[in-house]
Ligand binder design. Structure first.
Ligand SMILES: [Zn+2]
Length: 203
């Protein structure tokens, strides 16, 4: 049995920060349909120790499906264990969209972007753009062609799908509901949607 201790709505094109205590379970829910969540995580007691997506991909031998997420070196400690993951399609590259991404690749100025959304979310903790790090992309569906070119596909996740991860240390989490509306990052409809965050404690 587990008890809900916190729930938050992440508005479309918005973000938020929240604390997850060791042993609690973070659930990210596709509350209105396919939507990617760009996630940062810090050791709540030492913000220099943070989620390392590329290291986690290497240690799981996969950028798409995995069971454990680790912090950066030199600590390299277990930060989250996946406990329930019905869709099994996510992305652990570390990449997130930035204002440069939209301007240089797509020629669009001043587009909402995950980098700025995450920086704003962690401001109450005294953190800034310099502290935003490589993300774990909940529900993002990426593959590569024979030339290594990145192909962004719609999430496999549908409305109501979720992913549960258990915190293995006290964590400050921050998530951006990716505002991508140019490719199918957030579904065939290319419409950014909200996400829901739920945090559970074992009874
Ligand atoms: Zn984004």
């Amino acid at each position: 049995m587990r008890r809900l201790v916190n729930e938050l709505m992440v508005p479309a094109r918005g973000g938020c920060a929240f604390e997850i205590k060791k042993g609690q379970i973070l659930r990210v829910v596709e509350i209105e349909g396919p939507q990617v969540g760009d996630f940062n995580a810090f050791n709540l007691h030492n913000f220099r120790e943070r989620l390392d997506a590329p290291l986690s991909a290497a240690l799981n031998s996969s950028f798409r499906h995995f069971t454990r997420l680790y912090t950066n070196e030199p600590r390299g400690r277990l930060m989250f264990t996946v406990v329930d993951d019905p869709t099994k399609v996510h992305y652990l590259s570390g990449g997130h969209c930035t204002i440069l991404h939209y301007e240089l690749i797509h020629g669009i100025k001043d587009h909402h972007n995950c980098y700025d959304i995450l920086a704003k979310a962690v401001t109450p903790y005294g953190l800034t753009h310099y502290d935003v790090h490589g993300v774990f992309n909940f529900f993002m569906n990426v593959s590569y062609d024979a030339n290594g070119r990145m192909i962004i596909r719609p999430p496999v996740a549908k409305k109501g799908d979720y992913m549960d991860v258990r915190a293995e240390m006290d964590v400050l989490g921050a998530i951006a509901a990716c505002p991508g509306d140019i490719n199918p990052t957030n579904g065939e409809d290319r419409v950014p949607k909200p996400l829901k965050i739920e945090i559970y404690e074992k009874e």
